[in-house]
Design a protein around this ligand. Structure first.
Ligand code: SF4
Ligand code: SF4
Length: 424
């Protein structure tokens, strides 16, 4: 066992509180993940990546910093990782999915704020996340109101750069976003002292496209019936993608896909062929938020896709061809990022089309719309989702919840009733 305490202490973590967090995770992980039957062997790597989440990967970041490199934290898939990497910095996704950090946040933020915002903020003010502590600066975005106001408070605790994300994908909105990317490029160059060139950006984009392609490959494998990988494992892989080394991660996802492709012919599934197939759609599920998947799969369903920023919204879009110049590549990255169909946009009908396409192509029996409490954008958009799915005759269950356990029993009852209704 490597001892990381001195590293955590150097990062100014609250060691006492951090110890409590580390005690909770292994038991929770074991009961949710390691107890699954017929798991692919290649999941070993992702188990390791989670076991070492505050250890080896943080050590890699610290080694990078010791060599003069920078680490940049981000909270949304609209922030392009490749632009950060092109400046020689390492991007890490910081969105948080645990109740653990929420009491610290609630000492500052209003309670009726979405759990994802509170959990992320709580990790900073409680000094319990080594990734935030290791970040030289953070990048926020003006996606939803709760987040953008939280970033103002976060900036009191950690250097924070906020980039504007437009609300509409009009020519004006697209120009604004491109200018924001140019401003971010300048910020990154100032912070790192490295010039972003056409070459460094092309290399970084190739790495990110390869990562997204591997995740798309895994997503496509989930079309198989019986299902070859549980929704819990597939979600975990996407969650790990936000902090792991992208080249190593891509190799490991491709190795997982090879193993799973070898299971197609013997039809070696992780659930019976008649298990209800569910698409989860809605708010992101940041690590370690496994609550809904655990309830669904614990009730006999299998989750075959996530229309989410911890799912298709993150990896669906590859970078379009550009003329190879720096300006052209930035335009291509802007176009790629704006293909993210987040509820913060108006209108956002493409998301509804995505849900219907996923439901058809992945042969789902029902959609579960997942809404974090107090997330008004996804809650309001759910009204349109419900109408559109009713027209298509696709059963829908709307869930609104947070990271706490209080409603687990009630959610399970609702999920079981829904599964009984759609049972094949
Ligand atoms: S849901 Fe919207 S705001 Fe949240 S991570 Fe996704 S794109 Fe960003
Ligand atoms: S889940 Fe909703 S309220 Fe929470 S950060 Fe994302 S868009 Fe904002």
């Amino acid at each position: 066992m490597v001892d990381y305490r001195s590293m955590w202490s150097d990062l100014d973590l609250d060691l006492e509180k951090h110890d409590i967090l580390l005690q909770v995770l292994p038991n929770m992980y074991e009961s949710i993940f390691l107890s699954q039957e017929n798991r692919p062997v290649a999941m070993d790597y992702f188990d390791f990546a989670v076991a070492e989440i505050h250890g080896q990967r943080v050590r890699e970041l610290m080694d990078h910093k010791a060599g003069g490199g920078k680490v940049v934290g981000l909270y949304c898939v609209f922030v392009p990782e490749d632009l950060i990497m092109a400046a020689g910095a390492i991007p890490v996704g910081l969105c948080a999915g645990t109740q653990f950090s929420i009491p610290d946040a609630e000492q500052v933020l209003p309670r009726n704020t979405c759990a994802l915002i509170k959990s992320s903020f709580g990790f900073k003010v409680g000094r319990t996340c080594p990734y935030v502590q290791a970040s030289d600066f953070l990048i926020g975005e003006t996606t939803c109101d709760g987040k953008k106001k939280m970033y103002e408070l976060l900036a009191e605790h950690h250097p924070t750069h906020v980039m504007e994300v437009p609300q509409k994908k009009t020519p004006l909105g697209r120009r604004l976003f491109l200018e924001e990317l140019q401003a971010l490029k300048t910020k990154l160059e100032t912070e790192t002292g490295a010039a972003i060139t056409a070459e460094t950006l092309a290399q970084a984009t190739a790495v990110i496209d390869a990562k997204r392609s591997a995740l798309r490959r895994l997503h496509n494998i989930r079309k198989a019936c019986p299902t070859l990988i549980s929704g819990l494992d597939a979600l975990l892989v996407t969650q790990v993608s936000f902090y792991d080394d992208p080249v190593r991660f891509t190799e490991k996802v491709n190795a997982l896909c090879e193993e799973l492709e070898g299971r197609v012919a013997p039809a070696k599934g992780v659930a019976p062929a008649n298990a209800p197939r569910i698409l989860v759609s809605g708010s992101p599920m940041a690590l370690p938020n496994w609550k809904l998947h655990q309830i669904l799969e614990g009730s006999g369903a299998v989750v075959v896709g996530e229309e989410s920023c911890t799912g298709t919204r993150y990896f669906n879009n590859l970078t379009p061809e550009s003329d190879g110049t720096l300006a052209g590549q930035l335009e291509a990255i802007a176009a790629r990022q704006l293909e993210t169909h987040c509820a913060c946009f108006t209108p956002n009908d493409e998301r509804i089309e995505d849900i219907i396409t996923l439901a058809r192509d992945w042969a789902v029996d029902g959609v579960v719309h997942y809404n974090l409490q107090f997330c008004h954008t996804f809650a309001n958009e759910a009204v349109k989702v419900e109408k559109a799915l009713a027209v298509e005759d696709i059963p829908l269950l709307r869930i609104e919840t947070d990271y706490g356990d209080e409603d687990t029993g009630q959610l399970r009852t609702r999920v079981e009733a829904f599964l009984e209704m759609i049972q094949r």
